[in-house]
Design a protein around this ligand. Sequence first.
Ligand SMILES: [Zn+2]
Length: 168
Amino acid sequence: MKALARLLGWLGWRQEPAQPAAHTAAAQAIAPAPAPLAAPATAVAPELLTPRDLERLRGVHPDLVRVIRRARRDAAFFVIEGVRSAERQRVLVAGGASRTQNSRHLTGHAVDLGPIPLDWQNIDSFRAIARVVQAAAEAEGVSIRWGGSFTGFFDGPHFELTWAAYPV
Ligand SMILES: [Zn+2]
């Protein structure tokens, strides 16, 4: 076969290419995209927060949201509340559910998280979440404080960015 091709070439006979260039380009254009490679280790973790959680995190400081996203990979909880209006804060203080009108919820610097399943009597379930959130905060380099460590007022669901690192 090679000898024949050489002979034909010598005789000046040009063999048509099997696939003209234009045709090849068109075929590539309609060809399906190659299968994606395995996700690299640095890929963003799948979203475990629910749409309702994300809705409740609207307006919350992005550093705190980052911590919560990371923590959710290692603990089952839901977002109870993020940003709070001044009016709602007044109602909570009046009812004894909050002790300050200067709450970090007003500025998006605090969130309340509830264990899944939620049992207000199960203090250990709040402690377990606090450990995971604290570890996530350290991993993200974010300075936070857990409401369960407040003196004289156990606020288990509450996490806030520290005043020292986040003055406003
Ligand atoms: Zn709170």
